[in-house]
Design a protein. Structure first.
Length: 241
């Protein structure tokens, strides 16, 4: 696979409906010259934009069909679940329990920032229908919330070791053009961070909403394994190959 190296950008990304401007630093990797497809991939809580950078060569994508991978950094914020410590987080987490309150304002703000990154890729010549939104753990939750509501047709969404946040809100705001969006979900049966039943229940809810979820479960904890990367490659080949 031909790569053009890693680029780091600091881009001022205006968030819709908010008076603040979020400085989303991004790490970008093109798998070949003049990419015509993009994957915007969000890291998990406490990680950063470099976390999934090593996955790109592991995917062994066809160099004749170049893809731009965009890995944004979440802003630093206090996280209630971790005693108020500041860390990179897409939104605040209060608790990992079924009925815990959720940070709707934070989720919406970060989703608006990711939408702005999608529009930036379109401005750089990539058709919106060839953009995949991906994420791991908290980043995967944001990926699902953003993709299902986006007003233009996307290529697909990849949600790893995660769940659908503020599910009733997301369901009430589903985008008509993305009602049959390809959805890839994967989770470890031994996950002790995001419980397996969170993902399974989200999958069932998405199925009831009419989505044909490409579901995978593995004998792993809160992580990503080579078998899973192979399945992600198959999904990407299918939706943007």
């Amino acid at each position: 696979m031909e790569t053009l190296g890693v680029r780091v950008h600091s881009a001022l990304v205006a968030t819709n409906g908010y008076t603040t401007v979020t400085d989303f630093q991004t790490v970008e990797i093109d798998t070949g010259p003049s990419p015509k497809a993009a994957v915007i991939w969000m890291h998990g809580l406490g990680a950063d934009a470099h976390d999934f950078e090593p996955v790109v060569p592991m995917l062994q994508l066809d160099s004749g069909r170049p893809i731009r991978f965009v890995f944004p950094n979440a802003p630093e914020r206090p996280v209630t679940l971790n005693g108020g410590l500041r860390m990179r987080a897409w939104f605040d987490l209060i608790s990992i329990t079924r009925d815990a309150p959720e940070d709707e304002a934070g989720i919406r703000e970060s989703a608006a920032g990711i939408e702005a990154l999608m529009r930036r890729e379109c401005a750089r010549g990539i058709d919106v229908g060839r953009i995949v939104i991906a994420g791991f753990s908290q980043g995967g939750a944001l990926a699902l919330f953003t993709a299902l509501r986006y007003p233009e047709r996307l290529a697909g969404v990849v949600a790893l070791s995660t769940y659908l946040p503020i599910a009733q809100v997301a369901e009430g705001e589903l985008s008509v053009v993305n009602r049959d969006l390809p959805v890839f979900m994967a989770h470890g049966r031994g996950d002790d961070v995001v419980p397996f039943n969170f993902a399974r229940n989200s999958r069932l809810r998405l199925s009831r909403m009419g989505y044909d979820v490409d579901w995978h479960e593995y004998p792993m904890a809160h992580s990503v394994i080579p078998e899973e990367i192979g399945h992600i490659k198959e999904f990407l080949d299918r939706v943007i190959g």
